[in-house]
Write a protein that binds this ligand. Sequence first.
Ligand SMILES: [Mn+2]
Length: 464
Amino acid sequence: MFSKEVYMQRRQKLMKAVGNGLILLTGNRHSPMNCAGNTYKFRQDSTFLYFFGLDEADVNATLDCDSGVVTVYGNDLSMDDIIWMGPQPSLRDKAGLCGVEHTKTAADIFTVVKDAKKAGQTVHILPPYRPENKIFLAELLNCPIAALDTYPSDILIRSCVALRSVKEKVELLEIEHQMDNAYLMHTTAMWMAQPGTYEHQISGALEGIALGANGAVSFPIILARNGQTLHNHNHDNMLQKGDLLLVDAGCESQLHYATDHTRTSPVGGKFTNQQREIYDIVLAANNAATAMAKPGVLYRDCHLTAARVIAAGLKEVGLMKGDVDEAVALGAHALFFPHGLGHMMGLDVHDMEDYGEDYVGYTDSIKRSTQFGTCNLRLARALEPNFVVTNEPGIYFIPELMDLWKSENKFRDFILYEKLERYRTFGGIRLEDDIVITEGGSRNLGKRIPITPDEVEAVVNGLQ
Ligand SMILES: [Mn+2]
């Protein structure tokens, strides 16, 4: 945990920003995997971690903006619990670690919320995402589960976003410290990218690195010779010489801060000329976006810059034609780059996505595009110092999408469909870094994981 002052200050800021009412924050519970006593690895709710740091199941909290009283609710262990799970500090002691003086039993929260409602106090909640918490909140607020959708508090969400978007020094240190494990995961994947190796052998090794560092993966690993499938979680294939292996993976620190990188390696150790040509374009797009990222710049403009670098590069290779700016404005590049440039990262890999993507990445004046491709951009708003964001352009050859657009004669003025045939089995390339916005620009977090084609080949060949 951070020092208790960190959590106390965050809670003060939150109560001040929300202004009045009772803020109700739910921690997570254990979630059964196949029976009640056999649970998934516990993951605390990120908002709860941010304001309390208490990394354990079955605790909840209220912050009374009107009286300033903060209370943590939970039960101390029974002798039976201690026999099975060992002794634990009392709830009072644990609450003390994050600077909370008031503790009550788990059941007391029902009375507190009921009394608040009776007194006409607004009860602020965040959008629940776990079924167990939806049931709990429905009981607590005495409303049907379906009606919970309309319940979350706009001001609470906005206040949490405002606080969590700007990373504190202690958070940046925690994230940056975790980058060594991210580096090890990705260089291990490169080193293992050999013919005859199965994808799951590599994903298993990477997950082991995350767990072995007393953390966890920050999201299910995306690892595939079929990199054109953007979120590929099937790891059944055996790698063959000449394949491209796309690995999008990250780990969580002990305090649950995420990393998220993507690298693409030539199986067996040598990019073909065709692969290297496309790789260089993606790398140029990544570098251009980082060079441009600074306070005041819309991340949407970084995304569009990356898209223009991609369109210009594909024009040079002979797969696109016409005016690059026009092609990107109309969305023709999205055949090859159908996702967004990146997202915020922090306690969640897609930071605060449980609040709703638009709250985090968009503002009242910066609205989400409806155009295919750009509509998937998670972060479009203006950057600010100490935002942590991912930069992850890619080029993919998705046969089904190429066939569909060709049959529809879509963007014939910009796309040379006949030339695309040679790329049907190419797969995809994505290159993702984690960057922090500084006062005057941006910088990579941690030592940059090998990324130039020469560097990557060297690692695959065991030379680095
Ligand atoms: Mn990402």
